[in-house]
Design a protein around this ligand. Structure first.
Ligand code: AMP
Length: 590
């Protein structure tokens, strides 16, 4: 196709504001396009030269393009800049300034009587490839050659393509609508094209395949190394307790949620390429991850999905990632990689040893992932628990928060828990600290009772009855029974640790409701720090007891953080503080 022909379509697309008309124009364009050029036409229409992941960079800003226009028109670059100031666009300036016949630059780039779409592609690729000393001059001369040989209207779009200012108003989905309309009879046939696009992220490939082999060809588009797959995304819910209901699977994997950068790693023997969430090639930014993947992944070929995080092994904390990346950009990447190494937390497998894993369930993908990854300090699988109820999820979530993480991502373990490229569906649900009403502060509570442990906990306590201090009445009122957050060792030590506080019956100053009566009593002596999800009203606990409603306040999902030996029971969190937290949680202020 002549470039001038494509330009008439561009003009029409630019002039319409009707979505349907845009689709009709695109459909006419695609019907006219040949198989060889349809991919290029797609890229150009979106204002690109190639798919994003190919990292084709022309390395030409507005000023260099201006200098090329000046060269073609044989005028001073300043005159071009002045014109741009007046008309507002290098493309339009090129129309006005370059007369015909303009200078020819056949020594750098030549073509026949008129530019074809293929000529333009060839020219732009030559600009992108020009490197080394003198490359700016070469780029300028190639563009000048094209501008000089182009008809006025062609210059506008040529220069806009080069300067990244195409702006036809055509989005990717509209383009797919146009393809569906041209080859499948209606834009309603878009979904399979969209699906193929999510998997290959190359809209040109989808178009070419459709043109060449029809819908069945498109449906066969599969995973390929060095072509990023659009990452699967997570849904969100208004309350943590919604997760088991929405996810559609009894068994749920709760994984640590890291606040870093999504990275998809492609390994082919000893070659490794890395892609960002936005599908750009970021291999050079993470030389350390490249090295870890090479060493730790035993499969010959593989595609992994995960998150790059900056974990400081010494302090055991995560560095804020954005900050780290800014610093890495400023200083030399490799130097910085040594100072604060990046850890790659892998959570999914999309391809291994020649086979796509997209249509395998999450448990299957994970099982294979475990087999092909040899974990090291800086490449590890995301920590997770397999849960079957809300309590286990909440428990894991609180443990994550305690380690300074952002939250959890819960993943369905159902048979159809496929990797859905590009989709934000209910198979993955995230829960972040900032979403919840969970308490930012921990509470310091006093141990006043314990229940006997059963099963695995036989011989120690199953849970501790904890109380807050009511300063006004100088009593201790219970707020929760707590059985989680202890290590096995801490659990085993409990009876010994609390032995000297044991009492035969309910001690003075301890207020316990009938339903909360424990197996063992303790005088208020030991204080511990507790993290909880939220404060609720409860008839079981006496904290802030309201005789009228017969309810007190309770801490939901309490979790042991540490002992506070330096605190006396009277220095524990007060009932007034807990009541204030409850009011704040309900948005009533303090
Ligand atoms: P958000 O950016 O808040 O929408 O959360 C989704 C992002 O969390 C994903 O795109 C990943 O980059 C990141 N993430 C961190 N940990 C995980 C994980 N275990 N599973 C999936 N995504 C994760």
């Amino acid at each position: 196709m002549r470039f001038s022909r494509l330009v008439t379509y561009f003009r029409r697309l630019e002039e319409t504001s009707s979505q349907n008309e845009m689709i009709a124009i695109l459909a006419a364009l695609f019907t006219e396009a040949s198989t060889e050029e349809i991919d290029t036409i797609c890229y150009f229409t979106l204002g690109r030269i190639a798919p994003a992941y190919q990292d084709v960079n022309l390395g030409m800003g507005g000023r260099t393009a201006g200098a090329a226009i000046a060269l073609a028109a044989d005028i001073d670059p300043e005159t071009v800049e002045a014109e741009v100031r007046e008309v507002g666009d290098y493309g339009d300036a090129a129309i006005r300034l370059v007369g015909r016949p303009a200078r020819k630059f056949e020594e750098v780039f030549s073509f026949g009587d008129a530019l074809s779409v293929e000529d333009v592609r060839r020219g732009l690729m030559a600009i992108a490839r020009a490197g080394g000393p003198g490359s700016v001059e070469t780029k300028k001369r190639i563009l000048a050659a094209m501008v000089a040989g182009a008809a006025p209207e062609e210059r506008r779009y040529l220069v806009r393509l080069v300067t990244g200012k195409m702006r036809l108003g055509v989005g990717e989905m509209t383009l797919l609508d146009g393809l569906a309309s041209a080859y499948l009879g209606s834009k309603t046939a878009r979904p399979p094209l969209e699906h193929a696009y999510d998997i290959c992220t190359d809209i040109g490939l989808v178009a070419k395949t459709l043109r060449e082999s029809g819908l069945s060809g498109v449906e066969r588009i599969s995973v390929s190394l060095y072509r990023p797959i659009r990452p699967m995304l997570a849904q969100r819910v208004p309350a943590l307790s919604e997760i088991p209901k929405r996810i559609g699977s009894r068994v749920i994997a709760a994984e640590e949620k890291y606040d870093g950068e999504r990275i998809q790693a492609h390994k082919d023997g000893s070659d490794v390429a890395l892609f960002s969430r936005r599908l750009t090639d970021v291999t050079h930014q993470f030389p350390d991850i490249v090295e870890h993947v090479r060493r730790c992944v035993t499969a010959e070929t593989a595609i992994l999905d995960g998150e790059a995080v900056a974990f400081d092994v010494k302090s055991g904390t995560f560095h804020p990632f954005q900050k780290l990346m800014q610093r890495r950009r400023k200083y030399r990447v490799s130097e910085y990689a040594e100072q604060i190494p990046v850890t790659y937390k892998v959570f999914d497998l999309l391809y291994a040893d020649g086979a796509s894993y997209l249509r395998r369930s999450y448990p299957e993908r994970h099982e294979r992932l475990e087999r092909i990854v040899v974990e090291e300090e800086h490449l590890a699988l995301a920590d997770r628990v397999i849960a079957t109820n809300l309590e286990e999820i909440t428990d894991f979530y609180l443990a994550c928060i305690r380690r300074g993480l952002e939250g959890v991502v819960c993943k369905s373990c159902a048979d159809d828990s496929y990797y859905r490229a590009g989709a934000r569906e209910w198979q993955w649900i995230k829960w972040k600290r900032s979403y919840g009403t969970e308490l930012a502060d921990t509470l310091d509570l006093v141990v006043v009772g314990a229940n006997a442990g059963k099963g695995k906990r036989a011989g120690t306590y199953g849970s501790l009855l904890c109380a807050a201090y009511n300063r006004e009445e100088d009593v201790f009122q219970t707020v929760c029974g707590m059985g989680t957050g202890f290590t096995d060792e801490e659990l085993a030590q409990l009876p010994g640790k609390l032995a000297d506080a044991r009492a035969d019956r309910s001690p003075a100053r301890v207020m316990v409701a009938e339903q909360a009566k424990p197996d063992f009593w303790f005088v208020p002596r030991y204080v511990l720090e507790v993290l909880g999800l939220e404060i609720t009203e409860s008839p079981v606990h006496t904290c802030g007891w309201d005789p009228e409603t017969q309810r007190g306040l309770a801490l939901r999902f309490p979790r042991f953080v540490r002992w506070r030996h330096e605190k006396s029971p009277e220095q524990a969190t007060t009932v007034e503080e807990i009541a204030a937290m409850f009011r704040e949680q309900r948005g009533e202020g303090r």
